[in-house]
Design a protein around this ligand. Structure first.
Ligand SMILES: [Zn+2]
Ligand SMILES: [Zn+2]
Length: 127
């Protein structure tokens, strides 16, 4: 009996999870806090399990499909120079810095000297 073949492209990230292609459209959905859909076609929604820091300044979000339980990871790109400037300006003005991607209301937390968004895992500045 032939094994059913999945047509989905499974790219394994370094932690053995399925890597979500961090293209513009997908990242945009992620930053807008819209739900991501399981890429193997079960149509389930991905639930964010954890966000961690990755590399020097980048982040990584881990997800689990609510219907098939497959696990995914999304590498969140590190801060751009413009984003860092925006955060620095807020600090200089005495404002509480917010995530340049998640927008107003999403404050950056302090981890050591780094200002990190808890949803991106990305460091956007230093204090
Ligand atoms: Zn699924
Ligand atoms: Zn963020």
């Amino acid at each position: 009996m032939a094994k059913p073949r999945s047509t989905a492209r499974r790219i394994l990230g370094e932690s053995g999870l399925i890597a979500l292609a961090a293209d513009r459209a997908l990242l945009k959905r992620y930053y807008a806090d819209q739900s991501l859909v399981c890429t193997v076609g079960c149509g389930g929604r991905l639930e964010r399990v954890r966000v961690q820091r990755a590399g020097v300044e980048g982040g990584k979000a881990l997800f689990e499909c609510q219907s098939c339980s497959l696990r995914y990871e999304l590498v969140v790109p590190k801060a751009t120079r413009t984003e860092r400037r925006k955060v620095k300006e807020a600090l200089d003005d005495g404002r509480e810095p917010e995530c340049p991607r998640h927008g107003a209301g999403q404050r950056l937390g302090r981890i050591g000297r780094d200002l990190v968004c808890s949803l991106c895992g990305v460091a956007y500045g230093r204090v």
